[in-house]
Design a protein. Structure first.
Length: 471
């Protein structure tokens, strides 16, 4: 169904800035997968009508940073209370060599299903499960699973041409790739999967795992040049903890963002996950170059890394988006929880800076730091901007019909004065009445067609038991 009318919505959040963040609606018309009209609309003869008087509409979420293979690595006791570096050794690096095609496919499916059920229509996955002579193709599996579920999918193809010491010490260390091997695979993937159009369902991105540890500076420079020649974007992790700041000083005598400038890794075609630890000069440099962020508040909270300075970044000109990060450091791939956390944590971060007036302070708290409208924008049109998907610029006429309808029928929403903010402000997963991607219904009445959730759950339990037995 790509032509229909959604009627009598309680509220519409558009994902747009300023006064355009809400639309009075109450109706949305979709024609050929595109939003054709929003307002008080009469049904056309023969038009399919969806009565939505008990629902609010949001733009489908755009998740800009994830590691889907980690969906089977939630709550690992060895990593649950560890900070970033020991956690990497305890969980993702220890387990990733154990993934075969079947386990990888199952993990990808679980993560995608979780996201879909939160109202997410686009996933950018930073997949770093590659090594020379690998017997299965993780890239192909990811695109197949996304297509099966009707998702837009951006593959950020990771690589490492060197092994980090923390991994080299493990018996399960992956062998590094060569730069030539990586670039050859990028050419293959771009030919096969990359659609440069603004409404693309499939994209590929060059994404060495981290600029400081995964490749030599001259290799990173070469990757940036090759990506731009091929019209591909660049993505990586940066400045997640103070460890990045110390490493950049020790290795290059500068800050992590300055290092990225030296190697050609800043610009509107680049976005980094995390950017928690930054100085003022780095914030200005990121802003000046239009380099984007995938803000991952739950993972940053779970690993005790800190809270990224989103308001300062946005004021400097940095495009802001939201990512759930991998499930090994965030036990739910859910854009509702993620935006709820972003909303709260930005306010808490600001409030934490408050000092009493008698010591020279001048404000009480931080509740004006992030509004629900802000986090909806970051999690939807902000993500589309970072990924270069220009036809996903919020709920407005002419844009792709990537729309989530939430029915606020849980008691947590009873008594809300402003239903529009319910999904983000009240937290928890609302009933997903429908999710459309390009006008195609991929979730209906909170269910994914042809998917047996109970069977998926039992497959996950068997897979975890299998992995634990291998320890
Ligand atoms: Zn990550």
């Amino acid at each position: 169904m790509k032509n229909f009318l959604i009627r009598n919505l309680q509220a519409i959040m558009t994902g747009l800035p300023g006064a355009a963040a809400r639309h009075a609606g109450p109706d949305i018309r979709v024609r050929d997968g595109v939003i054709a009209a929003i307002g008080k609309l009469d049904a056309l003869p023969g038009e399919e009508v969806l009565e939505a008087g008990d629902c609010v509409a949001y733009p489908a979420w755009v998740n800009t940073h994830h590691h889907l293979f980690q969906s089977l690595l939630k709550g690992d006791p060895l990593g649950i209370n560890a900070t970033l570096t020991p956690w990497l050794a305890a969980t993702p690096y220890r387990y990733r060599a154990r993934f075969d095609a079947e386990l990888f496919r199952l993990a990808a499916r679980i993560g995608m299903v979780e996201l879909l059920r939160s109202g997410c229509g686009t996933i950018a996955d930073h997949n770093y499960l590659y090594y020379p002579g690998m017997p299965f193709d993780t890239s192909e599996i990811l695109f197949e699973e996304a297509e099966r579920l009707g998702l837009r999918f951006v593959l950020c193809r990771g690589t490492a041409t060197r092994t980090r010491q923390l991994e080299a010490d493990l018996p399960s260390a992956l062998r590094p790739e060569t730069l030539d091997g990586f670039l050859a695979d990028m050419e293959r993937l771009a030919r096969r999967f990359h659609d440069p159009s603004p409404a693309a369902l499939r994209r590929v991105v060059m994404a060495p795992t981290t600029p400081l540890y995964s490749a030599a500076p001259e290799e990173l420079r070469e990757i940036a040049v090759a990506a731009r020649e091929m019209g591909l974007r660049l993505h990586s992790h940066l400045s997640e903890t103070v460890g990045y700041q110390d490493s950049a000083q020790a290795m290059h005598g500068c800050t992590p963002v300055e290092f990225c400038e030296r190697i050609g890794w800043l610009g509107p075609d680049v976005w980094f996950a995390h950017l928690v630890k930054l100085d003022e000069a780095e914030i200005a440099l990121l802003g000046r170059t239009g380099t984007g962020i995938a803000h991952c508040p739950q993972s940053n909270g779970r690993l005790g890394s800190g809270i990224a300075p989103i308001r300062a970044l946005e004021a400097a000109g940095v495009p802001v988006s939201i990512g759930v990060d991998g499930a090994a450091s965030n036990e739910a791939a859910d854009m509702i929880s993620e935006t709820h956390a972003a909303w709260l944590m930005q306010r808490a971060r600001r409030g934490q800076e408050a000092t009493p007036a008698w010591r020279g302070g001048h404000f009480e708290g931080g509740a004006d730091e992030a509004t629900v409208e802000d986090v909806v924008r970051w999690g939807s049109s902000g993500g589309a901007r970072v990924l270069g998907l220009g036809a996903l610029d919020g709920l407005q006429v002419g844009q792709q019909a990537d729309i989530a309808l939430y029915r606020l029928d849980d008691p947590r929403y009873f008594g809300l004065h402003d239903p529009a903010i319910g999904p983000v402000a009240s937290g928890g997963r609302p009933f997903l009445k429908a999710l459309w991607v390009g006008g195609r219904a991929v979730v209906r009445d909170d269910a994914i067609p042809d998917l047996d959730l109970a069977e998926l759950g039992s497959q996950a339990r068997r897979a975890v038991a299998q992995m634990l037995a291998g320890n």
